[in-house]
Design a binder for this molecule. Structure first.
Ligand SMILES: Nc1ncnc2c1ncn2[C@@H]1O[C@H](COP(=O)(O)OP(=O)(O)OP(=O)(O)O)[C@@H](O)[C@H]1O
Ligand SMILES: [Mg+2]
Length: 425
């Protein structure tokens, strides 16, 4: 490995050029490669020829140091190089199978799908898993999390870390969150990320969502080409950083309905071809009731296949683990039914005396399922009563309990089931 990545370690690069480059946000030899000669010339005002020479020197420096491959490489060498690619376990058997071991470094993995399909949950899970030791399937690395939609939740990181027997405080410490406020800021964060990646041993970069801000800012057909150009710059930069710094990159992307599709799934990723062409791997997440389907859509070496997974406290989880939980919940459901019956007798007293509804509202914060309960509880005195019983605490954790609660009230059971299946919280 090259020890010296300082710009002035390159022959012919003196203090003046170094300052010019630093002022433009190019801090080391890696950055020169990541940005490329055209961009270097445009951001520093250098002649294109000079920029090309400097970037070429940087390339040679990194080839000599074994960081990047030279122009002409034998397939054996590439094969060897690929052996050194790191893989991060997803913490599930099914997604690890889909990814053939885990999410790869030196590659851009795009995850796309409709709202609520689990893209952010997946990004959170990977932010924890990358920190595991190599023996446990991680890369013992840190995370750069570019949050463009303000959906990064440290609380989720804590529960995922706990579920994987990791120290939540240490895990939080190793996630560097960059909140991007607009698309230019999002690009700037990435352009400036070199030293952060280097100093913190970042092994995973998340862009959640990669496309949202571009989409929000460039509306209408007239702005489409500028938007795609900027987005193109962002995803290329992300992909080059992943390659140069040997880290994994995950970009999330929503889908929109395309009315012109008559057969198959009428949705397509918003980023369109730009993201698709740049990403090495593309995964499509789809909701199917409580379950989630993940499909490997585009990969140079994976077969196109599908697996079923679920979402839980531990982030993305195997279906078996979700089923295990359901069995547990079923037991709780029985107890709760009894509790509800009991509370019916106490109905009048309890509704008058206690403002228990507040307690229910607090507990909904962590579990999206409970929100549904809250809506129904507002209308019905019985629900207030159920809150009073200790057993009802158990209901807060389980979606089935909502069904129970609702059924004890006025709504027919059919509604309750429908609600669970649509999974729209
Ligand atoms: N603690 C939790 N336990 C179980 N499931 C959870 C938990 N937190 C969130 N979820 C599930 O995750 C879903 C939301 O997923 P997520 O936020 O990853 O969606 P997304 O694909 O990022 O959507 P968007 O496109 O809106 O950003 C919720 O509908 C819920 O089913
Ligand atoms: Mg999201």
């Amino acid at each position: 490995m090259v020890e010296d990545l300082r710009l002035d370690s390159l022959e012919g690069v003196g203090p003046v050029t170094t300052r010019k480059l630093s002022d433009a946000g190019v801090h080391n030899v890696m950055d020169l490669i990541v940005r490329g000669p055209v961009e270097i010339a445009s951001i520093t005002g250098m002649e294109k020829d000079t920029a090309e020479k400097i970037v070429e020197k940087a390339r040679q420096h990194l080839v000599e140091g074994g960081v990047i491959a030279s122009h002409f490489t034998s397939a054996t060498e590439i094969y060897k190089h690929r052996q050194s690619i790191g893989k991060i376990t997803t913490g599930t058997n099914c997604l690890d199978t889909l990814f053939d071991g885990g999410v790869e470094t030196q590659a851009l993995t795009e995850v796309y799908g409709e709202f609520g399909c689990g893209k952010t949950q997946f990004a959170h899970t990977m932010s924890v898993m990358v920190q595991k030791s190599k023996e446990e399937g991680g890369l013992d690395g840190s995370v750069l999390y570019i949050d463009t939609e303000n959906t990064f939740r440290p609380e989720r990181i804590v529960s995922i870390a706990k579920a994987h027997d990791m120290d939540p405080e240490k895990v939080l410490d190793r996630i560097i969150v960059a909140r991007a406020y607009n698309s230019s800021h999002q690009i700037l964060i990435l352009e400036e990320s070199g030293p952060v990646i280097e100093e913190n041993n970042v092994k995973l970069i998340v862009a959640d969502s990669a496309v949202g801000l571009f989409r929000a800012e460039y509306l209408g057909r007239g702005t489409l080409s500028v938007r795609q150009q900027k987005l193109n710059h962002f995803v290329h930069l992300l992909s080059r950083i992943a390659e140069t710094y040997n880290c994994a990159a995950i970009a999330t992307n929503q889908v929109m309905a395309s009315p012109d599709v008559f057969f198959g799934d009428p949705t397509r990723p918003i980023g369109g071809n730009v993201v698709a062409h740049t990403s090495t791997y593309r995964i499509y997440f789809k909701k199917s009731g409580k379950k989630r389907i993940a499909r490997m859509v585009d990969s140079p070496h994976h077969p196109e296949e599908e697996v079923i997974f679920a979402l839980g406290e531990a982030g993305v989880i195997d279906l078996e683990d979700a089923d295990k939980k359901t069995t547990k919940k079923a037991t709780i459901k029985k107890t709760t039914k009894k509790a509800t019956k009991k509370t019916k007798d106490l109905e009048v007293e309890s509704t008058v005396e206690t403002p228990e509804v507040e307690a229910t509202v607090e507990s909904t914060v962590e579990t999206p399922e409970v929100e549904a309960t809250v809506e129904s509880t507002v209308e019905t005195p019985e629900v207030e009563a159920t809150v009073e019983t200790p057993e009802v605490e158990a209901t807060v954790e389980t979606p089935e309990v909502e069904a129970t609660v609702e059924s004890t009230v006025e709504t027919p059971e059919v509604d309750a089931t429908a609600e669970i299946e649509t999974d729209d919280f």
